[in-house]
Design a protein around this ligand. Sequence first.
Ligand SMILES: N[C@@H](CCC(=O)N[C@@H](CS)C(=O)NCC(=O)O)C(=O)O
Length: 177
Amino acid sequence: MITIYGYVPAFGVPDISPYVTKVINYMTFTGLEFQHKSQDLATLDQDSPTGKLPYIIDSDGTKVPDSNTIIAYFKNKYGDKLDADLSKAEAANNLAWNRRTSQVVQDFFRADIDALSDYLGDKRYFTGDQLRSLDASVYSTVKHIALQPHPWPGTGYVQTKPNLMAYIERLHAEFGI
Ligand SMILES: N[C@@H](CCC(=O)N[C@@H](CS)C(=O)NCC(=O)O)C(=O)O
């Protein structure tokens, strides 16, 4: 059993950290069994190799920090269930999207949401008919923004994108998270 250390679930997402949610999305999409524990923040610096969340401890005791490194570790250890058939160009494009969506800052926020919405179009998953590990990241990002309860301009903007809201509904219906 894999243990993922995060904060706590809140406002309809598995964890208040979108990075933790992203890894939980990936484990759920790929059927990896896991438990989610709340990190004692008093010992975060000793417990997490990067001093940040998430980190995971695998059943053999292997500890891995950082959401992208964790997903790479899972692919290597348990098989790449979502992305193995991507061409190098498609994989590079997916990596570029991952970098972009982790940099949502106010100045670029609307342009990024426009780009996510335009790129998704009417596709089932972010890149097409196949679920990819990139969806773990995109689903975490847009859902955290759309559902977070604190008033800021971004929340309403995501909700003006019917296809992003439908994507959130679709993945929620399919995976229950
Ligand atoms: N690159 C890391 C970023 C993780 C990250 O920034 N986590 C934040 C919470 S959302 C954190 O643990 N912050 C605590 C701190 O910086 O002390 C990842 O992808 O996992």
